[in-house]
Write a protein that binds this ligand. Structure first.
Ligand SMILES: [Fe+2]
Length: 385
C-alpha cells in the first residue's frame, strides 16, 4: 500500500514541476497615455497576470495576456498589456505567474505554486502613464552598446532614471541575437537593474538586431501596439516617431546569406509613414522628433541611400524638428539643408544623449565619461502646423 502511495505521489510530482521563479524582468514597453506592456520571464510555464493599483484612487485591477479569449498559459515569456489606464497617473503593479502542469493521461490541468513580485505594502513596483498635459519632457537615448553590459552600467552611473519619462534604445544594443540568454545577459538584465521595471523602454531596432536566429522573435520581447518595429507615440504636445532603418548593406550582401529583404521592408515602412504623417496626432503636435538608428543623410552605405529614397522625401514634408541617430560610433552633427530640412544628431558609442524639452526648446546633450566627447545642441521648437 505504501509503495502504491509513493508511486502515486511520484506521478503527481511529475505533473507539478517543483517551484517557480521569475528569471528576468519585469520591464515596461510601449507606454501610452492609457496603457503599458509589462514583460518578464519565468523558469516554468504558466498563466501570468499583472495587478495594478491606482495610487490616487486605490482602485485595483487584474490583467492577463489573452489571445482571442484564451489566457496564454504555456509560456515562460510573459507579456501582459494593461489598458484603459488614466493618463499621467501613477500605478503600483505586481506581476504573478502560476505554475501549470498538463496531465495528458486525464486531459486535465493542475496548478502548482504562484510566484509574484513585492506586494503593494512592501516597496511595490510602479509606473506613471504618459500624459498629453505634460509640459516638460526628458529622456535618455542609448545606442551602439553592442552587448557591452558593464560599459552600459558604467556609462549610466550618474543618470537619474527616476526623473525620465522614458529611455530609448536606439539600435545596436546587441551585437547579434542567437538566443534568449543573449537578450538578457547582453543588456536587459542590466536595464532592469537600473531602471526598466519602472521607467519604460522605447525600443528601436538597429541593423545588428536584425542578425541571428533570435532576430525574428525579438518583437515578442519588445511588443508594440501595432506589432511592428516602427510606430509613433506622444507625450505632452510632442510626437515621437520610431523608425526602423533595417540592415545597412544591400540585401544581396554575402553577410546575409540570401536571408535579407530590407529594401521591400523599407518601402512598406514608407507607405505606413506616408499615412501616419497625415494623422491628427502627428499633424497637431507642436514638435516632432524622430528616432532612426542609421542616420540617413550621413552614412554612405546602401541602407542610408535607400532611406534617402524611401523615408526622407516623406520626412522632408513632415515638419520634423530633429532626427536622433547612432550607428556610426562617432559623434556627428548635420545641419538642415536643401536635401533634408531637419538637423541630425548622431550619438557615439561612448556617450548617451540626455534630451529635455522645456519652454519651447529641445536640448540634446551628449554625456559620457570623457568630457571631450560631450556636445550640446539646442533647437527652438518652431511649432509648425
Ligand atoms: Fe548600427
Amino acid at each position: 500500500m505504501k509503495r502504491q502511495l509513493f508511486i502515486l505521489l511520484l506521478a503527481i510530482s511529475s505533473v507539478y514541476v517543483q517551484g517557480i521563479t521569475i528569471t528576468h524582468g519585469p520591464y515596461l514597453c510601449d507606454m501610452t497615455t492609457d496603457g503599458v506592456t509589462v514583460v518578464w520571464t519565468t523558469d516554468l510555464q504558466g498563466p501570468a497576470w499583472v495587478e495594478t493599483e491606482n495610487t490616487v484612487t486605490a482602485e485595483k485591477a487584474d490583467y492577463y495576456e489573452v489571445v482571442a479569449g484564451n489566457i496564454v498559459a504555456i509560456a515562460t515569456l510573459h507579456r501582459v498589456r494593461i489598458n484603459n489606464l488614466k493618463p499621467g497617473t501613477k500605478y503600483n503593479y505586481r506581476i504573478f505567474t502560476k505554475e501549470i502542469g498538463l496531465d495528458l493521461a486525464t486531459l486535465s490541468v493542475n496548478y502548482g505554486e504562484t510566484v509574484a513580485s513585492n506586494d503593494f505594502s512592501h516597496n511595490p513596483l510602479s509606473f506613471t502613464t504618459f500624459s498629453k498635459d505634460k509640459k516638460d519632457i526628458s529622456f535618455v537615448v542609448l545606442n551602439d552598446i553592442h552587448s557591452r553590459t558593464d560599459f552600459m552600467k558604467e556609462l549610466c552611473n550618474e543618470v537619474d532614471f527616476k526623473a525620465l519619462d522614458f529611455v530609448c534604445f536606439n539600435g545596436d544594443m546587441w551585437e547579434w541575437l542567437l538566443d534568449e540568454n543573449m537578450i538578457f545577459d547582453g543588456c536587459m538584465d542590466a536595464a532592469v537593474e537600473m531602471f526598466a521595471s519602472e521607467i519604460p523602454i522605447v525600443f528601436n531596432r538597429g541593423n545588428h538586431e536584425t542578425r541571428g536566429p533570435y532576430a525574428i522573435p525579438l518583437i515578442n520581447y519588445f511588443p508594440t501596439v501595432n506589432g511592428t518595429f516602427y510606430y509613433q507615440f506622444g507625450i505632452g504636445d510632442v510626437c515621437f516617431l520610431v523608425l526602423d532603418g533595417g540592415e545597412d548593406k544591400e540585401d544581396s550582401h554575402p553577410e546575409y546569406f540570401n536571408l535579407a529583404a530590407f529594401d521591400s521592408y523599407r518601402e512598406e515602412e514608407s507607405r505606413w509613414l506616408e499615412q501616419n504623417v497625415v494623422c491628427p496626432e502627428f499633424q497637431n503636435a507642436k514638435a516632432r522628433i524622430v528616432f532612426l538608428h542609421i542616420p540617413p543623410m550621413v552614412s554612405t552605405g546602401h541602407g542610408s541611400l535607400h532611406l534617402q529614397k524611401t523615408l526622407i522625401p516623406i520626412l522632408n514634408h513632415a515638419k520634423i524638428d530633429v532626427i536622433l541617430s547612432g550607428h556610426t560610433h562617432s559623434y556627428i552633427y548635420r545641419e538642415a539643408d536643401a536635401t533634408s530640412n531637419f538637423p541630425t544628431v548622431v550619438n557615439s558609442n561612448k556617450t548617451y544623449m540626455l534630451c529635455t524639452i522645456k519652454d519651447g526648446q529641445i536640448r540634446v546633450e551628449m554625456k559620457g565619461q570623457n568630457p571631450l566627447a560631450n556636445h550640446t545642441h539646442e533647437f527652438q521648437i518652431k511649432n509648425r502646423k
